[in-house]
Design a protein around this ligand. Structure first.
Ligand code: SF4
Length: 382
């Protein structure tokens, strides 16, 4: 990227002008990571100050049985496989209740596309969870799952969403987006939910008053131009609905155990520099989304800390048992942190932690970095 273009982009960003596709591709080509991060940090700080948001949640995967076999997924099992499982509703409630003493404010529920479970299982599960934990927000189902429910129920998405909202649904999850470019998508995604249906379902959810996250799975066979295209599609939809509350870049992970379900093992994973570039470019391009989140489980703790100075302002979360892509990890990142560990991680990165709920309303504020703590050596984190 030549210096003239860099100056032009800098001027556009500072004037609040929107960056375009070519700017995005050029930014990915930029070899001055410090400059790129600094620009993204300016935007992030103008929007969110020195705050890093987090929430205390639990991930719940009620079944790993799935009709699809997406190339990046080590979570899915076929019916009859020895470690395939489907929870009874009371079991899901028991697991959720076990987190109650830790003050969870959100359950994040994502499942496989089970070939024979009836549609009624899903609203019944939400009703039971809501009844057991009325104070906890239910963020549940990807657009892919809602599309699947259309197929197994014969109902249109609008009726499905109405029933799920009536049962306690507060937000969809942002998954199933992966990469929207059709050519790349056809090589990694093994179900029928693509941009048209993914965007239709989120648009519908926004029309009904839900605010939803959106994601991008990167660092596999896509190129930077596909990431730019992905973000610009979401930005356009956000112009129309204003319903996205956060953008979450998710790094593709290898399967260290060599699980053959993960068919992208020959692809190198995104390096730390590529991770930081992706966060920074996303923050600069996606100018109408309030928050950019780092799901630290997929990036490692130290890269996640660094990303807070490259555009991210949100860390998810106090996660317990994240499985969909973490089954493919095995590189030593934990899948669980307590609230206190998260507070330390945010303060050590130089920011002020704010606990939020699913709607990004403030639950609790905390003091910023502790200068005394910086006087003593701190352990390395994975
Ligand atoms: S990513 Fe989701 S839909 Fe694809 S195989 Fe895994 S569980 Fe199934």
């Amino acid at each position: 990227m030549d210096a003239g273009w860099a100056r032009e982009i800098e001027a556009k960003v500072r004037a609040g002008e929107r960056l375009d596709y070519d700017d995005g591709v050029a930014l990915y080509d930029c070899d001055d990571l410090a400059w790129l991060g600094g620009l993204a940090h300016e935007v992030r700080t103008a929007r969110n100050g020195d705050v890093v948001y987090f929430n205390v949640n639990r991930h719940l995967n009620m079944t790993n049985v799935c009709s699809a076999s997406c190339a990046y997924c080590s979570f899915q099992r076929k019916p009859g496989e020895k470690d395939a499982y489907t929870m009874r509703i009371d079991e899901a409630v028991r697991l959720a209740r076990a987190m109650e003493p830790q003050g969870i404010t959100e359950l994040h529920i994502v499942n496989g596309l089970h070939p024979t479970l009836p549609w009624r299982y899903y609203p019944r599960s939400l009703r039971a969870l809501k009844e057991a934990l009325p104070q906890v927000a239910l963020k549940a189902f990807t657009a892919t799952e809602i599309h699947w429910f259309e197929r197994i129920s014969g109902l249109p998405a609008t009726e499905i969403l109405d029933e799920l909202i009536d049962a306690g649904l507060e937000s969809l999850t942002g998954g199933g987006a992966e990469i929207f470019d059709e050519e790349i998508r056809s090589r990694i995604v093994d179900h029928d939910t693509h941009w048209e249906d993914w965007s239709r379902i989120h648009r519908l959810a926004h029309d009904k008053g839900l605010r939803t996250p959106c994601t991008m799975l990167y660092g596999h066979i896509e190129e930077p131009r596909h990431r730019v295209d992905h973000v610009l599609r979401l930005r356009q939809l956000q112009d129309e609905t204003g319903g996205f509350v956060v953008f979450i870049p998710l790094r593709f992970q290898h399967d260290a155990a060599g699980d053959p379900r993960n068919r992208l093992m020959t692809q190198p994973m995104a390096t730390g520099a590529e991770v930081l570039t992706t966060f920074a470019v996303s923050r600069l391009l996606f100018d109408n989304v309030p928050h950019v989140k780092n799901f630290w489980v997929m990036h490692g703790l130290q890269t996640a800390q660094l990303s807070l100075s490259f555009g991210a302002d949100d860390l998810d979360g106090s996660v317990v048992e994240y499985k969909i892509t973490h089954d493919a990890d095995g590189f030593g990142t934990p899948n669980e942190m307590t609230r206190d560990q998260l507070l330390e991680m945010i303060r050590d990165a130089g920011f002020r932690p704010v606990e939020r709920n699913t709607r990004y309303e403030v639950v609790r504020t905390f003091d910023g970095p502790d200068p005394v703590r910086r006087d003593v050596p701190q352990p390395m984190m994975a």
